[in-house]
Design a protein around this ligand. Structure first.
Ligand code: SF4
Length: 342
Protein backbone atom coordinates (compact mmCIF):
# COMPACT_ATOMS: atom_id res chain seq x y z
CA UNK A 1 0.00 0.00 0.00
CA UNK A 2 1.28 3.45 -0.75
CA UNK A 3 1.70 6.18 1.79
CA UNK A 4 0.13 9.12 -0.05
CA UNK A 5 2.29 11.60 1.82
CA UNK A 6 5.37 10.09 0.22
CA UNK A 7 4.35 11.30 -3.22
CA UNK A 8 5.28 14.62 -4.78
CA UNK A 9 2.47 16.49 -6.56
CA UNK A 10 3.64 15.05 -9.91
CA UNK A 11 3.80 11.49 -8.57
CA UNK A 12 0.39 11.88 -6.99
CA UNK A 13 -1.04 13.07 -10.28
CA UNK A 14 0.45 10.08 -12.11
CA UNK A 15 -1.01 7.74 -9.51
CA UNK A 16 -4.46 9.38 -9.56
CA UNK A 17 -4.72 9.27 -13.35
CA UNK A 18 -3.62 5.62 -13.33
CA UNK A 19 -6.69 4.98 -11.19
CA UNK A 20 -8.83 6.52 -13.93
CA UNK A 21 -9.48 9.73 -11.98
CA UNK A 22 -9.10 13.26 -13.35
CA UNK A 23 -5.81 15.06 -12.60
CA UNK A 24 -7.46 17.78 -10.51
CA UNK A 25 -8.24 15.13 -7.89
CA UNK A 26 -4.49 14.86 -7.27
CA UNK A 27 -4.30 18.57 -6.47
CA UNK A 28 -7.28 18.30 -4.12
CA UNK A 29 -5.76 15.26 -2.45
CA UNK A 30 -2.33 16.89 -2.10
CA UNK A 31 -3.92 19.90 -0.42
CA UNK A 32 -5.67 17.65 2.09
CA UNK A 33 -2.59 15.54 2.76
CA UNK A 34 -0.50 18.52 3.81
CA UNK A 35 -3.23 20.30 5.74
CA UNK A 36 -2.29 20.23 9.43
CA UNK A 37 -4.52 17.82 11.37
CA UNK A 38 -5.64 15.76 8.39
CA UNK A 39 -5.45 12.06 9.25
CA UNK A 40 -8.66 10.50 7.95
CA UNK A 41 -10.20 10.58 4.49
CA UNK A 42 -13.60 11.18 6.09
CA UNK A 43 -12.35 14.74 6.68
CA UNK A 44 -12.05 15.31 2.90
CA UNK A 45 -15.52 16.75 2.53
CA UNK A 46 -15.10 17.75 -1.11
CA UNK A 47 -14.73 14.08 -2.09
CA UNK A 48 -17.73 11.84 -2.60
CA UNK A 49 -18.20 9.02 -0.13
CA UNK A 50 -17.10 6.44 -2.69
CA UNK A 51 -13.95 8.42 -3.54
CA UNK A 52 -13.08 8.72 0.14
CA UNK A 53 -13.44 4.96 0.45
CA UNK A 54 -11.37 4.36 -2.66
CA UNK A 55 -8.48 6.46 -1.31
CA UNK A 56 -8.70 4.84 2.12
CA UNK A 57 -8.71 1.37 0.55
CA UNK A 58 -5.76 1.88 -1.79
CA UNK A 59 -3.31 3.71 0.44
CA UNK A 60 -2.72 5.30 3.81
CA UNK A 61 -1.56 8.52 5.44
CA UNK A 62 1.27 8.43 7.91
CA UNK A 63 3.96 10.76 9.21
CA UNK A 64 6.51 10.21 12.01
CA UNK A 65 5.10 9.96 15.53
CA UNK A 66 6.38 12.08 18.36
CA UNK A 67 8.03 9.96 21.06
CA UNK A 68 9.32 12.74 23.23
CA UNK A 69 9.52 16.52 23.42
CA UNK A 70 12.19 18.26 25.46
CA UNK A 71 11.90 21.94 26.33
CA UNK A 72 14.97 24.00 27.02
CA UNK A 73 15.03 26.94 29.40
CA UNK A 74 15.71 29.19 26.37
CA UNK A 75 12.55 27.84 24.65
CA UNK A 76 14.41 25.64 22.20
CA UNK A 77 12.42 22.45 21.73
CA UNK A 78 13.69 19.09 20.65
CA UNK A 79 11.44 16.39 19.21
CA UNK A 80 12.27 12.70 18.96
CA UNK A 81 10.25 10.82 16.35
CA UNK A 82 9.57 7.14 15.96
CA UNK A 83 9.47 5.85 12.39
CA UNK A 84 7.44 2.92 11.08
CA UNK A 85 10.41 0.56 11.32
CA UNK A 86 11.38 1.67 14.83
CA UNK A 87 14.19 4.07 13.87
CA UNK A 88 14.39 7.27 15.89
CA UNK A 89 15.17 10.69 14.44
CA UNK A 90 15.03 14.18 15.83
CA UNK A 91 14.11 17.75 15.00
CA UNK A 92 14.95 20.96 16.81
CA UNK A 93 12.76 24.08 16.89
CA UNK A 94 14.90 27.11 17.62
CA UNK A 95 13.37 30.47 18.56
CA UNK A 96 15.42 33.43 17.30
CA UNK A 97 14.82 37.11 17.96
CA UNK A 98 12.15 37.66 15.33
CA UNK A 99 11.45 34.22 13.88
CA UNK A 100 11.67 30.50 14.54
CA UNK A 101 13.93 28.05 12.72
CA UNK A 102 13.23 24.38 12.25
CA UNK A 103 16.19 22.02 11.99
CA UNK A 104 15.18 18.76 10.28
CA UNK A 105 16.86 15.36 9.87
CA UNK A 106 17.35 13.64 6.52
CA UNK A 107 18.80 10.28 7.55
CA UNK A 108 18.56 7.92 10.48
CA UNK A 109 22.20 7.87 11.55
CA UNK A 110 24.95 9.06 9.24
CA UNK A 111 27.81 7.48 7.34
CA UNK A 112 30.08 10.53 7.30
CA UNK A 113 31.85 9.78 10.57
CA UNK A 114 32.64 13.32 11.76
CA UNK A 115 34.53 12.75 14.98
CA UNK A 116 32.78 15.47 17.00
CA UNK A 117 29.26 14.24 16.17
CA UNK A 118 26.86 12.03 18.10
CA UNK A 119 24.95 10.94 15.03
CA UNK A 120 28.19 9.59 13.55
CA UNK A 121 28.41 7.15 16.48
CA UNK A 122 25.11 5.56 15.45
CA UNK A 123 26.57 4.69 12.05
CA UNK A 124 24.33 4.83 9.02
CA UNK A 125 20.87 3.29 9.49
CA UNK A 126 18.92 4.44 6.46
CA UNK A 127 17.83 7.36 4.31
CA UNK A 128 14.62 9.09 5.28
CA UNK A 129 11.76 9.04 2.82
CA UNK A 130 10.34 12.38 1.59
CA UNK A 131 7.29 12.10 3.87
CA UNK A 132 9.56 11.50 6.87
CA UNK A 133 11.50 14.68 6.17
CA UNK A 134 8.53 16.92 5.31
CA UNK A 135 6.41 15.21 8.00
CA UNK A 136 8.64 16.69 10.72
CA UNK A 137 7.52 20.15 9.60
CA UNK A 138 3.89 19.14 9.17
CA UNK A 139 3.41 17.95 12.73
CA UNK A 140 5.19 20.96 14.16
CA UNK A 141 3.20 23.50 12.17
CA UNK A 142 0.08 21.77 13.47
CA UNK A 143 1.11 21.81 17.12
CA UNK A 144 2.94 25.05 17.84
CA UNK A 145 1.42 28.46 18.41
CA UNK A 146 1.26 30.94 15.56
CA UNK A 147 4.23 32.93 16.96
CA UNK A 148 6.32 29.76 17.01
CA UNK A 149 5.44 28.75 13.46
CA UNK A 150 8.81 28.18 11.77
CA UNK A 151 9.72 30.58 8.98
CA UNK A 152 13.14 29.13 8.23
CA UNK A 153 14.06 25.50 7.69
CA UNK A 154 17.62 24.24 7.93
CA UNK A 155 18.57 20.75 6.83
CA UNK A 156 21.14 20.34 9.58
CA UNK A 157 19.69 17.64 11.80
CA UNK A 158 20.74 14.00 11.73
CA UNK A 159 22.36 12.82 8.51
CA UNK A 160 24.07 14.29 5.47
CA UNK A 161 21.26 15.73 3.31
CA UNK A 162 23.18 15.45 0.05
CA UNK A 163 23.80 11.75 0.63
CA UNK A 164 20.01 11.35 0.34
CA UNK A 165 19.80 13.55 -2.72
CA UNK A 166 16.67 12.37 -4.53
CA UNK A 167 14.56 12.28 -1.37
CA UNK A 168 15.93 15.67 -0.35
CA UNK A 169 14.68 17.15 -3.62
CA UNK A 170 11.27 15.51 -3.23
CA UNK A 171 10.90 16.72 0.34
CA UNK A 172 11.84 20.26 -0.76
CA UNK A 173 9.19 20.08 -3.47
CA UNK A 174 6.56 19.01 -0.93
CA UNK A 175 7.59 21.59 1.67
CA UNK A 176 7.55 24.51 -0.74
CA UNK A 177 4.48 23.63 -2.81
CA UNK A 178 1.78 26.30 -2.59
CA UNK A 179 -0.89 23.65 -2.05
CA UNK A 180 1.21 22.13 0.73
CA UNK A 181 3.09 23.80 3.56
CA UNK A 182 4.17 26.63 1.25
CA UNK A 183 7.57 27.33 2.80
CA UNK A 184 9.68 29.77 0.83
CA UNK A 185 12.73 28.24 -0.85
CA UNK A 186 14.55 31.47 -0.02
CA UNK A 187 14.23 30.59 3.64
CA UNK A 188 15.53 27.07 3.34
CA UNK A 189 19.17 26.15 3.84
CA UNK A 190 20.72 22.79 3.04
CA UNK A 191 23.85 21.91 4.92
CA UNK A 192 26.62 19.61 3.75
CA UNK A 193 29.87 18.31 5.16
CA UNK A 194 31.29 18.65 1.65
CA UNK A 195 29.86 16.23 -0.92
CA UNK A 196 31.18 18.28 -3.80
CA UNK A 197 29.38 16.77 -6.85
CA UNK A 198 25.94 16.77 -5.19
CA UNK A 199 26.53 20.27 -3.85
CA UNK A 200 27.09 21.64 -7.36
CA UNK A 201 24.20 19.59 -8.71
CA UNK A 202 21.89 21.07 -6.09
CA UNK A 203 23.06 24.62 -6.81
CA UNK A 204 22.41 24.25 -10.52
CA UNK A 205 18.97 22.76 -9.86
CA UNK A 206 17.53 24.97 -7.11
CA UNK A 207 18.04 28.43 -5.67
CA UNK A 208 18.37 27.19 -2.12
CA UNK A 209 20.65 28.38 0.68
CA UNK A 210 23.87 26.43 1.22
CA UNK A 211 25.72 25.87 4.48
CA UNK A 212 29.08 24.12 4.44
CA UNK A 213 30.29 22.40 7.60
CA UNK A 214 33.92 23.38 7.21
CA UNK A 215 35.32 23.20 10.77
CA UNK A 216 38.95 23.51 9.67
CA UNK A 217 40.95 25.72 7.30
CA UNK A 218 43.52 23.16 6.10
CA UNK A 219 43.63 19.52 5.09
CA UNK A 220 45.81 18.42 7.97
CA UNK A 221 43.32 19.63 10.59
CA UNK A 222 40.20 18.66 8.62
CA UNK A 223 41.46 15.14 7.94
CA UNK A 224 41.70 14.61 11.68
CA UNK A 225 38.08 15.44 12.37
CA UNK A 226 36.14 14.84 9.14
CA UNK A 227 36.81 11.69 7.09
CA UNK A 228 34.92 13.19 4.12
CA UNK A 229 37.94 15.44 3.61
CA UNK A 230 39.94 12.48 2.32
CA UNK A 231 37.39 12.13 -0.48
CA UNK A 232 36.89 15.80 -1.28
CA UNK A 233 39.72 17.82 0.16
CA UNK A 234 39.63 21.49 1.06
CA UNK A 235 40.92 22.66 -2.33
CA UNK A 236 38.12 20.84 -4.13
CA UNK A 237 35.52 21.94 -1.64
CA UNK A 238 36.49 25.60 -1.78
CA UNK A 239 36.67 25.50 -5.57
CA UNK A 240 33.11 24.13 -5.57
CA UNK A 241 32.04 26.95 -3.24
CA UNK A 242 33.53 29.48 -5.66
CA UNK A 243 31.69 27.77 -8.54
CA UNK A 244 28.41 27.45 -6.63
CA UNK A 245 25.73 29.41 -8.54
CA UNK A 246 24.63 31.91 -5.91
CA UNK A 247 21.77 34.22 -6.67
CA UNK A 248 22.00 37.89 -5.73
CA UNK A 249 22.06 38.65 -2.02
CA UNK A 250 22.80 35.05 -1.11
CA UNK A 251 25.92 34.06 0.73
CA UNK A 252 27.31 30.68 1.63
CA UNK A 253 27.25 29.99 5.35
CA UNK A 254 30.39 28.33 6.65
CA UNK A 255 29.89 26.45 9.90
CA UNK A 256 32.95 26.24 12.16
CA UNK A 257 32.82 24.31 15.39
CA UNK A 258 35.52 25.54 17.77
CA UNK A 259 37.42 22.65 19.32
CA UNK A 260 40.00 23.40 21.96
CA UNK A 261 43.61 23.00 20.73
CA UNK A 262 42.41 21.42 17.49
CA UNK A 263 41.19 24.22 15.21
CA UNK A 264 40.81 27.28 17.44
CA UNK A 265 44.15 29.09 17.26
CA UNK A 266 44.62 32.56 15.82
CA UNK A 267 46.63 31.00 13.03
CA UNK A 268 43.61 28.82 12.16
CA UNK A 269 41.41 31.94 12.10
CA UNK A 270 43.80 33.74 9.75
CA UNK A 271 44.08 30.71 7.49
CA UNK A 272 40.29 30.49 7.40
CA UNK A 273 40.07 34.15 6.44
CA UNK A 274 42.58 33.67 3.61
CA UNK A 275 40.86 30.50 2.42
CA UNK A 276 37.43 32.11 2.03
CA UNK A 277 38.67 35.34 0.48
CA UNK A 278 36.45 36.39 -2.44
CA UNK A 279 33.57 34.03 -1.59
CA UNK A 280 30.29 35.72 -0.55
CA UNK A 281 30.46 34.18 2.90
CA UNK A 282 28.96 34.30 6.34
CA UNK A 283 30.83 32.46 9.07
CA UNK A 284 29.00 30.80 11.95
CA UNK A 285 31.25 29.95 14.85
CA UNK A 286 29.82 27.24 17.07
CA UNK A 287 30.94 26.65 20.65
CA UNK A 288 31.36 22.95 21.26
CA UNK A 289 29.12 21.30 23.87
CA UNK A 290 31.29 18.75 25.65
CA UNK A 291 29.66 15.39 26.13
CA UNK A 292 30.66 11.89 27.17
CA UNK A 293 32.15 9.76 24.43
CA UNK A 294 33.20 12.65 22.20
CA UNK A 295 36.93 13.27 22.55
CA UNK A 296 37.02 17.06 22.26
CA UNK A 297 36.86 20.02 24.61
CA UNK A 298 35.22 23.39 24.46
CA UNK A 299 37.45 26.34 23.61
CA UNK A 300 37.76 29.01 26.28
CA UNK A 301 35.55 32.11 25.96
CA UNK A 302 38.66 34.28 25.37
CA UNK A 303 39.92 32.00 22.62
CA UNK A 304 36.53 32.03 20.90
CA UNK A 305 36.35 35.81 21.11
CA UNK A 306 39.86 36.22 19.71
CA UNK A 307 39.02 33.86 16.88
CA UNK A 308 35.91 35.84 16.04
CA UNK A 309 37.76 39.13 16.32
CA UNK A 310 40.51 38.00 13.92
CA UNK A 311 37.91 37.14 11.27
CA UNK A 312 36.06 40.40 11.78
CA UNK A 313 39.35 42.23 11.30
CA UNK A 314 39.48 40.54 7.90
CA UNK A 315 36.03 41.99 7.16
CA UNK A 316 33.97 38.84 7.46
CA UNK A 317 30.45 38.67 8.79
CA UNK A 318 30.91 36.36 11.75
CA UNK A 319 28.24 35.13 14.13
CA UNK A 320 28.94 33.23 17.32
CA UNK A 321 26.07 30.81 17.56
CA UNK A 322 24.53 30.90 20.99
CA UNK A 323 24.42 27.50 22.59
CA UNK A 324 20.70 27.09 22.12
CA UNK A 325 19.13 24.25 24.01
CA UNK A 326 22.35 23.38 25.78
CA UNK A 327 20.43 21.91 28.71
CA UNK A 328 18.60 19.51 26.38
CA UNK A 329 21.60 18.45 24.29
CA UNK A 330 20.20 20.04 21.16
CA UNK A 331 23.12 19.09 18.97
CA UNK A 332 22.31 16.54 16.33
CA UNK A 333 21.99 12.98 17.50
CA UNK A 334 22.25 13.69 21.19
CA UNK A 335 18.69 12.77 22.11
CA UNK A 336 19.00 9.49 20.25
CA UNK A 337 22.28 8.80 22.02
CA UNK A 338 20.61 9.35 25.39
CA UNK A 339 17.61 7.19 24.56
CA UNK A 340 19.76 4.39 23.25
CA UNK A 341 22.09 4.65 26.24
CA UNK A 342 25.12 5.45 24.05
S1 SF4 B 1 28.17 16.26 11.55
FE1 SF4 B 1 26.54 15.89 10.04
S2 SF4 B 1 27.64 14.91 8.32
FE2 SF4 B 1 29.02 14.76 10.08
S3 SF4 B 1 28.55 12.73 10.97
FE3 SF4 B 1 27.25 14.28 12.02
S4 SF4 B 1 25.30 14.23 10.94
FE4 SF4 B 1 26.85 13.27 9.61
Amino acid sequence: MINYRNLTPGELEAWVTEQGLPAYRARQLFRWLWRPGFDDFEQATDFSKSLRHQFARDGYIWTPEVLEIQNSTDNTQKFAWGLEDGEVIETVLIPERDHTTLCVSTQAGCAMGCRFCHTARMGFRRNLEPFEVAGQALWITDHVSEEQWPRNIVFMGMGEPLANYENLLKSLEILTHDLGLNFSLRRITVSTCGLVPEMLRLGHHLDVGLAVSLHAPDNETRNQIMPVNRRYDIDRLIRACRDFPLSKRRRITFEYLLLKDVNDSLEHARRLGRLLRGIPAKINLIPFNESPGIPFRRSSEEQMEEFQHALREMNYTVMMRKSKGRDISAACGQLYAEKAGH
